[in-house]
Design a protein around this ligand. Structure first.
Ligand SMILES: Nc1ncnc2c1ncn2[C@@H]1O[C@H](COP(=O)(O)OP(=O)(O)OP(=O)(O)O)[C@@H](O)[C@H]1O
Ligand SMILES: [Mg+2]
Length: 336
């Protein structure tokens, strides 16, 4: 039988003869399972009951199902096997790598579990209060501010989730508006003046005198800076400072970028947390963050805003030495 066609199959594939020997295999299969060799019994390479059942079904013309194979050792992972009979007891088996799908399913499950937990916490608080008050209107009135705080927390969570999904949905389309660096910093700081006062923190800005223009979605960039300044105010040093510095860096005659740095003189972050800070719902001190009304979505939103702008975010910090977050936006030079 001419098995040349197998080389054209883009996933790991092999042919098993009626005697159970590997008659042919493509490079992707031999790479996945280096033990496999033409002429070897396939069971010495892939002894999986689901695969044996699939091959039996294919030979007996029964309605074949797919077989899920969990490989261990040299090639870890989950693969879906499907096949076709080739006549005379020969069968073709193709393996589809399910690892990315498995990771995506796991991420979705974690996200739903985290989100349910975040929504359950305020709901439990409210229903606990209502149960305790048992229709006593004076008691309900007494707890109204607490309940309204919990409702605000849920509202903020839902708003953040909507923002996150809007930015993610837009990520492939580059923003085309132009904005002014000095304006976005001012717009981001204005709504946080009250919080800065409450925390006793000074907000200092260091920006060039000449207006700096760059491309981007203004409301997203304002939101990204706000999230960083709010973090610096909440987790920084009370009675300390938050500094926002912006500049344009001309790297070559045709490329340049705008950087915006937000730094604080707070307690900082231990290095092992840093790579995880942009994960949804990740908080170092969940209790402190929750007290501050946070749900751990702020930096995830910043990361997606930067992805949308083809920019970068870096978080530098050391324990007791403050934190500095730098946003870098590429700037398109207009022609000569
Ligand atoms: N400047 C900072 N100094 C110290 N820790 C920080 C700083 N910025 C962020 N963190 C830590 O990173 C965690 C994640 O921040 P993020 O902004 O994503 O979520 P949050 O502030 O907890 O909630 P949200 O932003 O959704 O209100 C925070 O909970 C905090 O522990
Ligand atoms: Mg935050």
């Amino acid at each position: 039988m001419n098995l040349e066609f197998i080389k054209a199959i883009p996933v790991p594939a092999f042919v098993v003869s009626a005697a159970g020997l590997i008659e042919g295999a493509n490079p992707a299969f031999l790479k996945l399972l280096p033990r496999a060799a033409i002429g070897r019994n396939y069971l010495t390479v892939l002894r999986q009951p689901a695969l044996v059942a699939l091959i039996d079904d294919l030979r007996s013309d029964a309605q074949p199902d797919t077989a899920q194979l969990a490989l261990k050792g040299e090639s870890e992972g989950v693969f879906n096997a499907t096949g076709s009979p080739l006549g005379d007891g020969n069968v073709l088996i193709c393996l589809q790598d399910m690892n990315e799908t498995a990771v995506a399913i796991q991420m979705r499950q974690n996200f739903v579990a985290d989100l349910s937990h975040e929504l359950k916490t305020p709901l439990t608080a409210i229903s606990g209060i209502l149960e305790t008050c048992d229709g006593d209107t004076d008691a309900v009135a007494h707890f109204l501010p607490t309940m309204s705080g919990e409702v605000d927390r849920m509202k903020r969570l839902v708003d953040d989730l909507l923002m996150l999904s809007r930015v993610e949905a837009n990520e492939r389309r580059s923003p085309t508006q132009t904005m002014v660096l000095q304006d976005v910093v001012t717009k981001a700081c204005a709504p946080l003046a009250g919080l800065a006062d409450k925390m006793g923190v000074r907000i200092e800005t260091s920006l060039p005198d000449d207006e700096i223009h760059f491309q981007g979605d203004q409301s997203e960039v304002v939101r990204a800076i706000m999230n960083l300044v709010e973090n610096a105010l909440r987790y920084g040093n009370s009675d300390g400072y938050v500094q926002i510095a912006g500049e344009i860096n001309n790297q070559t005659s045709s490329t340049s970028n705008v950087t915006i740095e937000v730094s604080d003189d707070g307690p900082g972050v231990e290095s092992h947390h840093i790579p995880r800070l942009t994960e949804r719902f990740y908080r170092i001190d969940a209790h402190r963050s929750r007290d501050a009304g946070g749900s751990g979505l702020g930096l995830a939103i910043v990361k997606h805003i930067l992805n949308h702008h083809r920019g970068q975010m870096s978080f530098e910090s050391q324990l007791n030495q403050g934190s500095k977050v730098t946003l870098t936006f590429p700037v398109e030079q207009s022609g000569p």
